[in-house]
Design a protein. Structure first.
Length: 131
């Protein structure tokens, strides 16, 4: 829902989806998927964060991507990986976005690596718990 529609209804949004990016590469190698995830994150702009939600889930192909991303950005906060609770197929990217709404933060990065294909990243801003 847009901010304008929410305001017309008399409600304040819980957060603003500032940016969403997906990138892929022609090769489906681990390095190719990492480059795609790295590019998706770089596309989002300003890297300053208060929280980070990652898509690690116990599957080494995804966990390696998240680990390499964290190593490339040592100044970022440690990621919370809610899919580790659910396993490889128990969580979805929608659940990662929902996890980003569980604590107030000015700026949250959500990364959603995939075993193959496009890699996703999003930034939410102004996450708040009050209604």
């Amino acid at each position: 829902e847009s901010r304008v529609h929410a305001e017309v209804r008399g409600v304040r949004p819980r957060a603003l989806l500032r940016a969403l990016a997906c990138r892929s590469t022609p090769d489906n190698t681990r390095d190719g998927r990492f480059r795609a995830l790295f590019w998706a994150v770089a596309t989002l702009g300003d890297p300053s964060l208060d929280r980070r939600i990652g898509g690690s889930n116990g599957l080494s192909r995804l966990d390696t991507l998240e680990s390499r991303l964290a190593c490339a950005h040592p100044d970022w906060p440690a990621a919370v990986h809610p899919k580790c609770l659910w396993g490889e197929f128990g969580g979805s990217d929608g659940q990662l976005l929902a996890a980003a709404l569980l604590e107030p933060a000015d700026r949250v990065l959500v990364t959603a690596p995939a075993s193959s294909g496009a890699q996703f990243a999003a930034v939410l801003e102004g996450v708040r718990l009050d209604g």
